[in-house]
Design a protein around this ligand. Sequence first.
Ligand SMILES: Cc1cc2nc3c(=O)[nH]c(=O)nc-3n(C[C@H](O)[C@H](O)[C@H](O)COP(=O)(O)OP(=O)(O)OC[C@H]3O[C@@H](n4cnc5c(N)ncnc54)[C@H](O)[C@@H]3O)c2cc1C
Length: 574
Amino acid sequence: MIYHDAIVVGGGLAGLRAAIELNRHNIRTAVISKVHPIRSHSVAAQGGINAPLGNHPRGIHDTWEKHAFDTVKGSDYLADQDAVIRMTREASERIYEMDYWGCPFSRTLEGKIAQRPFGGAGFPRTCYAADKTGHALMHTLYQQIVRFKQASERKEMVVYDEWLVTDLVIEEGICVGIIAFDIIHGKLEAFEAGAVIFATGGAGRIYGKSTNALINTGMGMAVPYWAGIPLKDMEFIQFHPTTLFGKNILITEGCRGEGGFLLNNKGERFLAKYSDSIHAMEVAPRDIISRNSIREIMAGGGFNDSYMHLDLRHLGKEKIEQRLPGIREICRDFAGIDPVTDPIPVQPGQHYTMGGIDCTTECETVVKGFYAAGEAACVSVHGANRLGGNSLLDTVVFGAIAGSNAARYIHNLKHRKCETILKETLKRTEQKLDRVGKSEGTELPVDIKNALNIIMDTKVGIFRDASQLKEALYEVKALQDRYKRIKLHYTGKHTNLSLQWALELRGSLDVAEAIIISALAREESRGSHYRTDFPKRNDNDWLKHTLAYSIPEGVRLDYKPVNIGPFEPRERKY
Ligand SMILES: Cc1cc2nc3c(=O)[nH]c(=O)nc-3n(C[C@H](O)[C@H](O)[C@H](O)COP(=O)(O)OP(=O)(O)OC[C@H]3O[C@@H](n4cnc5c(N)ncnc54)[C@H](O)[C@@H]3O)c2cc1C
C-alpha cells in the first residue's frame, strides 16, 4: 500500500496550487492526475484572470468590494457572499504571487500587469497573457512543482500522471485514502493518505457542444458523489455565447473585451434590442448574451438559423495579432477564415459547471480530511452564473486555501489503522473492473456517450421546461440501464483506454442525472438556469442551494440556505 500525507487528485491549476501550499507546510504530497498535469483543461484557458489591481490607465479605481459586488450580482445572488468576499480580498495577492513566480502576463506601457474588460465589471479588471492565460499560469505552477520535486530541503512531492482515481475511501466519516487505476500498466492500487483534495475540474463533456477538453467527463465529481458527498447547484451549467460554429472551440470573451461586436444577419449589434443587455452590450454576463443570441436566432436574425457573427475587423491586424493571436490561429485552422478580414461565425456552447462538490469557504466537505477546490468544487462563489475571469481566480485562491487547511488538519491528525477498509475497497473495485472488462453485453460505450450528449444538448440547454427535462431524465435512466450491458472492444491490460472511458461514462451518466433532477426541481429562472415554464426569479422560494445525493434509486435532493452578506438581492440589469 502506498502512503502520502496528502493526496491531491487533479493536476490543473487548483490541484497544483493546493500541492504547492501543502508542500510549503512541510506535508509529503502526491498529485494524481489521469493525464500529464500540463494537459489538464486549465491549459486551454484564454481570456484572463480577475483581480481588482486597477492597473488600466483609463480604468476607474478598483477595489475588492466592487469586485465582490459584481461577482454576487453576476451570480444572480446565489453565490455565498462570505466566500465571494474571501476570493476577491485574496485575488490581488494570488496574482502578484503568480507574477513573482514568473508568469508572463501582458503589460501596460508602464510595465504593470495589463487588464482588459470582461463581462459584468464594466471596466478592465481581467489580467491576461495575450489569449493564452491558462497556458502561462499552468506552466508557472508546474515549474514550481518541478522546483519543489527537486529541492532537497523540501518534503517529498510526487506526481502520478495517467492514474485514474476510481474510489474515495471513507471510514466513520473520515477520509483515509483513495483507489486509483494505473492506466498505462492496467493495475489498481490503494493509496492511504492523511487528507485528500479533489481538484478534478468540470463536467462539460456530458454535453456534445462544449468548449471543454474531452477529459472533462464528470468522473471527478462522480467519485465523491458515489461516496455519499452531495453535489451542489448542479442545475447551473454555463453556456458561453461565443464558441466557433460547428466545432464549439472557445472564442474568448476577451474578443468582446477588446471591442469586438456581435452582429445579426442584418449587420446590427442586436444586443441593444434586449432590455437586460441594453447598456453593457457585448460585455454583459454570459447567461444573458447566450439567451439573447438564441432569442435573436429564433426571431430570424441568425445566419442559417444557427449562428451569429463576432466581428473583430475594426480592431485592426496589429491589435488582433498582439492581443488575440490564439483566436486568429483557431479561426484559420478550424474555420479557414481570418478574423482580420472576416467575421467569425459563433454560437453558444456548454462551457462551465457552476455546481460541484459541496464544500465550505474553507474547502471542507461533510467528510473530515476530504477537501475540494477549483471547478470540481462548489464553494460557492459563482452561484447561478460565473463571471468570465473568475474561474481561474477561484482555482488559485481556493487551491491555496484547500492546501493550507488540509495541512493544518494533517499536522493535528492521530494515525488511525485503515488498512482493512482500503484493502476491502481495492478488492471490490478490482472485481468491478473485471466485470466491466469482461462484460459480454452488446452495447458500445461510445453509442451511449453520443446519445447522452444529444439528450443534454437538446433537452437540458439554455432554455428548459418540465416536459423536456422529464424526457431527458427518462432517456438518461434508459442509458444507465443500457450501460449495464456494455461490451468493450479491447480487453488487454496495458493502456486500455476502452476500459478507462467505460469507467468514466458511468460517472458522466450519474452526474447528468443529478443535473437534470436538480434542474427539474428548481421551478424558477435564475442565472444560467432558465425555465420557460417559470420565467421569473423567485427569491421567496428558491434563494437556496440545491444538494443532490446519490442513492440506490437515483438522486435525493435537499436544500440549504444561501449566505447573504452586504449585498441584498436586487433585479439584475446590465
Ligand atoms: C477553453 C476554455 C477557456 C477558458 N478560459 C477561461 C478564462 O480565460 N478565464 C477563466 O477564469 N476561466 C476560463 N475557463 C475556465 C477555467 O479554465 C477552468 O474552470 C479551470 O481552469 C479549471 O481548473 P481546475 O484546476 O479546477 O481543473 P482542470 O484544469 O480541468 O483539471 C482537472 C484535473 O483533474 C484530473 N482528474 C479529473 N478526474 C480525475 C480522476 N478521476 N482521476 C485522476 N485525475 C482526475 C485531470 O487529469 C486534471 O488534471 C476556460 C475554460 C475553457 C474550457
